[in-house]
Write a protein that binds this ligand. Sequence first.
Ligand SMILES: Cc1cc2nc3c(=O)[nH]c(=O)nc-3n(C[C@H](O)[C@H](O)[C@H](O)COP(=O)(O)OP(=O)(O)OC[C@H]3O[C@@H](n4cnc5c(N)ncnc54)[C@H](O)[C@@H]3O)c2cc1C
Length: 476
Amino acid sequence: MASMSPATTQLKRRLGAVVRTDRRSLWEASFDSSKLSFLPEAVVRPRKREDIGVVLTLANRLRVPVTVRGRGTTLTGAAVPLHGGWVIDLLGLRRLRIDAEAGLAYVQAGATNAVVRAAAEAEGWFYPPDPSSDKYCTIGGNIACNAGGMHGGKYGVTRDYVLALKGYLPTGEWVEWGTATKKFSAGFNLRDLWIGSEGMLGIVTDAVLKLIPLPPVRWTLLTSFADEVTALHAARELFAARVQPAICEYLDRYSVQCAERATGRSVFEGQAGRPVILLELAGGAGEVAGQKRVLLDWARRNTVAFREARDRAAAEELWSVRRKCSGAMFELGDAKLNEDIAIPMRQYERFARFLDALRRKSGLPIPTFGHLADGNLHVNIMYHRADPAECRAAEAAVVRLMETVVALGGTISGEHGIGLAKTPFLRLQHSKAEVNAMLAVKRALDPRGILNPGKMFDVFQVWKHPRVDVHLPWDH
Ligand SMILES: Cc1cc2nc3c(=O)[nH]c(=O)nc-3n(C[C@H](O)[C@H](O)[C@H](O)COP(=O)(O)OP(=O)(O)OC[C@H]3O[C@@H](n4cnc5c(N)ncnc54)[C@H](O)[C@@H]3O)c2cc1C
């Protein structure tokens, strides 16, 4: 084992066994889902919140970088300890209590998203933010990235459900933002500043989350279209008709083909290889019945075929196809630039035509799927790492993609955040004044720059860096 630095020796003296310096702990904390890897010097697994304050106070005094992590599912490199130092792993802080009367969840940061949702549902309540990584990712990570999911269009994202946060400023001072009330107007809203701050402005230890009544009725419809432009145009028509599907998932023909090759089955019997939109209505019986009538009329006019799920098991079968398509893409290349852009609805058809042109120009497969009710599309640029021409084509394609998204009035990230992966594009999205304002906030809250340094603002070109060859539980 490498000898410990004086700073880590001091940390170990203060906190004892919660500080790990064995090779396995350091290795496991060195990467996240981006598979970029940078070794820390120590991993702290706090048993109580106060341990975090001790780590931060010491880190400020000794100028040691600190990176906090939940499950490490982020795809952007936000959780890797780029400059070494200490990692705080929050998985051990996972207490959870549902207030079934008020419809609130009191959670610690390390609680898993799916566990919180299941506990709420057991009491007849619904916590809608549902990233596809829900079985693994933590509420702390969701708050830090402002995670969204399939329910975003109708119900909103993590930010819309956070009432209060507790935790530590980068300086090691304890703070509480907001209360367990649905209204709070006392002072600057630093709660919302923490949401989406990617572990750079503070460490969340506890949150109070708002729940909504669990919709009693759900109804699922699979629709198939002649081509992508028709599908996207039809989706706009549906929203204009004031239909608000709880879920509206789109898979272009390339994503459908990947899922079909991976499962050996047609996504839609008789319509192999066509783009699809998978819709779910949710709500009270009357609301769902009314929207169902409009939806079926829309489907008759716009689709080449549609099929409703007979029951929840049949609906679940449809959803399983959607979940498989992302992993199935690795047959097209061993590397993926997985972008999570969002564009305004009025640009849907233009964007589909742009993607066709990008595929032709780059010569790369670019399967695309996503959440049509909020414009958040996952554009997957697939290439082979060992092929220099494909690497160059992928790099050029992602730059072109981001420039186009911003020109269309969209965002370079709808849900994953910036981390390291999107740093080359932050200044496409934000002006100098905007970036300077963000940096001023960072300096004000983290004067020594110890919390998650090197992220968001320093340009890092992920495609030029090696990745570790590990298989994570959530890699399909
Ligand atoms: C298969 C797969 C599917 C995904 N699907 C989605 C999706 O549908 N929607 C979506 O939004 N994202 C998705 N993601 C991305 C990722 O799961 C989310 O960003 C998630 O919120 C990260 O949670 P985590 O616990 O893994 O956080 P980590 O990856 O450990 O950390 C992410 C960031 O949060 C910070 N952080 C973590 N905990 C705290 C804390 N307590 N206080 C302060 N900062 C903290 C870290 O420093 C880091 O910057 C997906 C990822 C994978 C691998």
